[in-house]
Design a protein around this ligand. Sequence first.
Ligand code: ATP
Ligand code: MG
Length: 725
Amino acid sequence: MDVTELIDGLNPQQREAVAAPLTHQLVLAGAGSGKTRVLVHRIAWLMQTEGMSPGSILAVTFTNKAAKEMRHRIEQLMGISPRHLWIGTFHGLAHRLLRTHWREANLPENFQVMDSDDQLRLIKRTIRSLNIDENAFQPRQAQWYINQQKDEGIRPQHIQPMHDQWASTMLSIYDAYEEACRRGGMVDFAEILFRAHELWLNQPQVLAQYQNRFRYILVDEFQDTNSIQYAWLRVLAGDRIPLMAVGDDDQSIYGWRGAKIENIHQFTSDFPNAQTVKLEQNYRSTANILNAANAVIDNNPSRLGKKLWTEDEGGELISLYAAFNEQDEARFIADSVEDWVRKGRRYNEVAILYRSNAQSRAIEEAFIRAALPYRIYGGQRFYERLEIKNAMAYLRLLQNRHDDASLERVINVPARAIGEKTVEQLRQYARENGTSLWQSVEQSVQHKLLAGRALTALSHFMELLEEMQLSTADVALHELVDHVIQHSGLIEHHKKEKGEKAQARLENLDELVSAARTFKPEDTEESDVVHTSELAAFLDQASLDAGDSQADEFEDSVQMMTLHSAKGLEFPFVFLGGVEEGLFPHKMSAEDPSRLEEERRLCYVGITRAMEKLILTYAESRRLHGQEHFSSPSRFIREIPNEYIQEVRLKAKVSKPLSNAYSMASAKAATGLQLGQRVYHQKFGEGVVMDLEGQGAQARVQVNFDFEGTKWLVASFAKLETLDQ
Ligand code: ATP
Ligand code: MG
């Protein structure tokens, strides 16, 4: 593709940004105005016209999904695969740096990434080890405090000791937590960014290496960068690498996680000769949708202020549905999706967005009953399931014996007569001697520090790990994982639990072996990223991916996700569910003006995801966290002028009470199976359906297999094929 073709599909302002000289640039523009498009074209331009090599360009986006999408778009634009481009999230890129420069970053080579669950558990243990009252100083609060300090680039030693008891206790927890991380070679998410920033500051030769390497930096969704991310960029760019920041102040929705909208204002003073480009034409949505979005966001007093227009002149009115309760809402959504598909459209053109994750359950059930394919983006995650966490803990221990969190998790799972008392003694030894738990196991055994029975059990545990290590030294990753699962005793352990739950867990463990089999370390074409082993890469990926989708991206299905994760995406048909006071805006935010503004920006993000069709729904009564709530329509609905909205009125259908027959019927609908149906299972062969129960994703089916006997299977996992009778 030549240069004119490259800028052909752009309007004059976009073209100006794409073909600008190599100075700093701030592209500030509303939703759907082509910011991401500009960024992608700019990358192609730099390579084609400025002759930059892919390896000299760094692009940062907000999610792994967005990074993938960007790579794909560049590929389409240029017809080649830009393999050496550095595209990723802040976390992904910083992690890559730390893996390469672990020594300079003062980390052990096999350092491990903790997800926020692991982090919370470590904090809990830290609080206990300090003998602090967990009720007065809650682990979650401490987690929030610690991450907030890290996001601001503050280490414990930077904080002045305080008289205030709360602050001084938090500080001591932070301090002890840091020590525990250091001992175990553990790194949490916030730490990844923090270390990468310190790497620039403390290791000028490393910084110089990257400053020489990169000739251009681009950042999408700039309004949601936090202090440490911005600082990292600023140091890297220095006064030599031009930086293009692309963002929209009206879409800043991560303030609660430390994102700083002010970075946008800061940008032009930090980079005084930066050129600012504004894009004002929206290409995404119909006029009705865009006007509604503009009207809502207009209620926010503190905005940089910009107007978006479109060439489109109308489009369908936005529909508003007042549901009787959340089930009615869900059914209405499912019906509307069916209508859409009946008209020849596709499932994957539809997105259902909601404020809080808990809202998905009712909608999921309606979808399963109606046999509609759907996918939850960022929902129920494989790696968060209990049995998977257990297996991963064994794998982590193989990788790093000093990973205390993992050791505690599985030292007595399955039960091997290592009681809580023994574990407490190990903890105490570790505390007093500044060792890891593993070292305290070793030394207890070596010096016979504990009672005889405990010692025997501990030495068996040590032998088990040694055995695993030895017999997996040279085998392929999936064989290693399989071996560990088999020999850890986890299979027997989970088999002991009753019925279908155990079955689902075993299937998940199987699935982990499959995951290992298909695992390909991401992006390893850069020779400077070395993992000590394939296992290390696998463990890292599992932690990093935890926040991203693991669903099959190619199946045609409706997408459900929170408003937060819908950022940057677009869909022909969008639902905003639960648009009620108390839920959206969330009741925690309604009273605080700045948080209310953030909720409103979230609503703006939601509305502007829609291209052709938008439906808002609210429920007059809703069961949330086990309680019935009655609420009125959200103020955001009132902020949309009537001329853009039409109300949909259906006769409310009262949902039937649950009964056994009902459960069987819904299991039938969910699984699409009948009693007596002959089915085929990949592993167990052919059999006959004996029983059905449960609903939604939990729907289960009992099959009498010709050769394997009777088994309960979770229908959504079992992938049964129906056979002719
Ligand atoms: P968001 O703020 O939601 O991230 P954005 O500003 O990044 O949005 P894009 O996703 O880049 O917007 O573009 C929105 C849609 O408009 C895309 O489908 C894109 O292909 C289309 N688009 C952008 N610019 C043009 C153009 N000049 N001509 C035709 N289509 C365009
Ligand atoms: Mg975008």
